[in-house]
Design a protein around this ligand. Sequence first.
Ligand code: EPZ
Length: 418
Amino acid sequence: MGKIEIHGGYPLDGSVRIQGSKNALLPILSACILTEGENKILHCPKIRDVDLMIGFLKAGGASVYWQDQTLIVNTQEMQPVPLREQTESMRASILFLGSFLGRFGKAVLGYPGGCPIGKRPIDLHIQTLSSMGVAFEENQEEIIASCHGFTGEKILLGYPSVGVTENLLLAAAKKETLTEIIGAAKEPEILALCEFLKKAGVKISGAGTRCLKVQGRKILSPVTMQLPADRIVAGTYLLSCAGCGGSVYLRKAPIKDMGSTIAAAKNLGMEIKREGENLHGVMKSRPKGIMGMKTEPYPGFPTDLQSPLLAVLCIAKGNSTITEQIFENRYLILKYLRTMGAKIRLCHQEARILGCESLYGCQVCAQDLRGGAALVLAGMEAQGKTCVTNVEMIQRGYEDIIGDLRSLGARIRWTVTN
Ligand code: EPZ
């Protein structure tokens, strides 16, 4: 067992290349099931959630291997085997629904899991796929889905769910009649999946809007594609500079996908400059408090950066409020931030923060992926030493958070716990 040890209270000064996007890669790995031949996905992050997804593909008979940071995926030999083991360890396993149904007309899946940030129901997945003619049976252990040719021209989403939009795109990709997805999510990960499917031969219009029109094709070609950089990892590192002060260069950051994050960093008092594909952030003073922040579907402020922003607001000048509107249990780090000296009150889903001069290092435990990253950020801000345990949670989404933050000048290392 290991833990992350941080000596905080120092400004940052350094540069780092941003890893490929986890949340773009996971649906694209599922989409590989729909194509014939060898797919090449470049700039892939080597993280636990990707390892799990590769495991599911291999369990079904696919060939998947790494070539440096490129994943080579050939699903020619795949069979519609039931996927039961470990589906509960990752939410994205639900994304096999759309691709298994699109290719095989059936799917048997264990229930998905994920972080403890919310119940993470799958009712909208079932409801919308049923409106495309999919028949579902459910029991305690698994979801059994089947369809003999998709129907449905207009599919309406009551909420712009990212995963539901992805499953509908995967289901419609080989359906030769037009499918309109109304009320779709607009996250950059949806755009990346649309780019993959278009390269495979699917006609898609409206990518990046709330209304997607999909004209599928029976036979889809293999795809070579570079993943976009991870906007949440980039946002985590930008906010760490807002909290610690100093200067960071985020090389090949997905600047166009970071509008609301950059706006929040500027409201904290950061100077931000775009230099080609690099994002240069400078923080010369203590962050300013922000009232009325809310997490929203894209292009609003991302829920995945709510915890990192909270860690910065703890040491801001003045009061702040942030309301989590996407997940019902995404304040798991509050008790640890309070142990570090933060003054935070929670009223329903609104966190009210009284900025204090400093936090103080202590031992904390990662409860979820982005909360764990936020505790590392809090440790970098705090006076003294902070140890973060349960690091496996953070490794689900950050390829090398210690190496990256050391490149930015943080005094951080891995230690083995005896
Ligand atoms: C994706 O999760 C991301 N995960 C999440 O990132 C991200 O926080 C989320 O989108 C929102 O941006 C991946 O892409 C693998 P949703 P997803 O469906 O698709 C409710 C991270 O840290 N809902 O848009 O599961 C749901 O409970 C992770 O990288 C239903 O009620 O998100 C939530 O409250 C965490 N029923 C809200 O919608 C359903 O059937 C948003 O969920 C589906 C969703």
